[in-house]
Design a protein around this ligand. Structure first.
Ligand SMILES: Cc1cc2nc3c(=O)[nH]c(=O)nc-3n(C[C@H](O)[C@H](O)[C@H](O)COP(=O)(O)O)c2cc1C
Length: 460
């Protein structure tokens, strides 16, 4: 008999008040207002580890969403990804109260010089015993670029070219600068590290000049586990080259038909010489669990009722770079059809779930992530079906935190364990080893090409 497919669970969150499901922070059963302190994060990390989650996945932005109605006022009023504190700085504290949970954080290739960033990653990888992942983003908010000293967003594909060089610098530092046996820590001979085995990288490229050597000795994973979410042609190409985990928003119909981002990125990865099985795909889902189906539906209805349309519009306007404030949220969708309109809005209409009647419905459906609502059995069945269709795991969006994760852990996780889709405990070792079987980048990953062969015996 075929072994049940092991599914990967990531809890999706952000170091801010309102992440994806805008407006629900006002509820009294969510801890979003505590985001700026450590307590909710330490509790969340402990909870997720108790529930067998693989990672806590933290989103991030470097600027304000200010496209909607031409200003950032709505975002500020709604706490919509502003204020937003740094995700990386939460990790050591959360790691100190857990043993196995992975921590994936988002960082833009524009936010820090790659030398500085590579050092931060290595430090985190050391501090966590190899439990960090990096979600590579290229930044879509013009205000972020203004904050970082650029006049405007560089063009879309150019941002990915910039990211390619950023990764090249990272690989050279993480993989190529320190040989495996460079560190001796030899008290008798008073040699900490062998200078013959620690190398400059002397990178010179269109955007960066970095001499090296890397300031950190090799950490458990060296290169952090690499995540990415790109749906454009260039974004998929980038994912196929670098990513080990890819966020997708796809459908089971597309998966069954062999269309959409998953088979496409796997094909591209194979064409680049990688093993397509070295990439895991994660579907974003908003799970709502109830003791009965009716209870779950009532819960979902209450969330939908409380979602903020303005918050969702501000979020989506920023992500699309189009001011959706021009559209009347209560106009029936039919009134948009056939009009000459922005391609992005047309795309939203074409992908609207059934039952979507107004632009407001469309916003709610789009920004909440795809809802998966039902009893623990129904949710577990659906997750298994996603797995059978070709998805490797899930990025689970919360409606309330930690409530959504508690419901999943108490209701759904035991069923997935019973059916063999989740293990009872954690596998040993760093995050990459837990998910892919080995702590370091696989040989066919482009980062592995920067490794050095051993140069011979240590100098005395
Ligand atoms: C589920 C998901 C999560 C994302 N999280 C972030 C994020 O935290 N920060 C960010 O700047 N971009 C984020 N993005 C945006 C992507 O990195 C990327 O810019 C976007 O998908 C557009 O890619 P494309 O230009 O290749 O189509 C996310 C995208 C998806 C689908």
């Amino acid at each position: 008999m075929r072994r049940p497919k092991r599914l990967i669970l990531n809890a999706f969150s952000m170091n801010c008040v309102s992440h994806i499901q805008q407006g629900l922070w006002v509820r009294d059963d969510t801890r979003q207002l505590e985001y700026a302190g450590l307590a909710p994060w330490l509790d969340l990390a402990r909870l997720l580890e108790r529930g067998g989650f693989d990672t806590l996945f933290l989103a991030d932005v470097m600027g304000l969403y200010d496209t909607f109605r031409g200003s950032g006022d709505t975002s500020i009023r709604e706490g919509m990804q502003v204020p937003a504190n740094d995700p990386m700085l939460l990790i050591p504290a959360m790691a100190s109260v857990t043993e196995h949970l992975g921590f994936a954080f988002t960082a833009s290739v524009y936010q820090a010089h790659p030398f500085t960033f590579a050092r931060q990653c290595s430090t985190l990888d050391h501090l966590t015993g190899g439990r960090v992942g990096w979600n590579i983003v290229t930044t879509y908010l013009p205000n972020a670029m203004e904050n970082l000293g650029l006049d405007d967003l560089p063009d879309h594909d150019g941002r990915y070219d910039f990211a390619d060089e950023y990764l090249e610098v990272g690989y050279k530092l993480w993989e190529g600068s320190w040989e495996e046996d460079a560190v001796l820590a030899d008290r008798t001979r008073r040699i900490y590290a062998d200078p013959a085995k620690v190398h400059r990288i002397d990178h010179v490229g269109p955007n960066f000049r970095v001499a090296g050597p890397h300031l950190c000795e090799p950490s458990p994973q060296r290169t952090p586990l690499l995540f990415q979410a790109g749906s454009s042609d260039r974004g998929r190409e980038f994912a196929a080259r670098h990513a080990e985990g890819v966020f997708v928003i796809t459908s089971r119909t597309a998966l069954a038909a062999g269309t959409g981002p998953v088979p496409d990125i796997r094909r591209r990865a194979a064409a680049l010489g990688r093993n397509p099985d070295d990439i895991a795909f994660f579907q974003g889902l908003s799970i709502v669990v109830g003791g009965t189906e009716a209870e779950a539906r009532a819960k979902e209805a209450a969330y939908l009722e409380q979602l903020s349309t303005d918050g969702a519009l501000a979020h989506l306007s920023g992500a699309l770079g189009v001011d959706l404030g021009a559209y009347d949220p209560d106009a029936p969708l039919e009134s948009f059809r056939g009009q000459a309109m922005q391609g992005v809005v047309r795309g939203l209409l074409e992908n609207a779930p059934s039952g979507t009647r107004t632009f407001r419905d469309l916003m709610r459906a789009n920004m909440a992530g795809q809802f998966l609502t039902g009893t623990p059995e129904q949710v577990a069945d659906a997750l298994v079906e996603w797995g059978e269709a070709g998805i490797d795991g899930f990025n689970l969006v919360y409606s309330t935190t930690p409530g959504t994760f508690v419901d999943i852990i108490d209701g759904v996780v035991p069923l997935l364990r019973e059916r063999g889709h989740l293990e009872d405990g954690y596998r040993p070792g760093p995050l990459r080893q837990k998910l892919f079987g080995a702590p370091r980048l696989p040989d066919r990953h482009p980062g592995a090409a920067y490794r050095r062969r051993p140069t011979g015996p240590a100098s005395s």
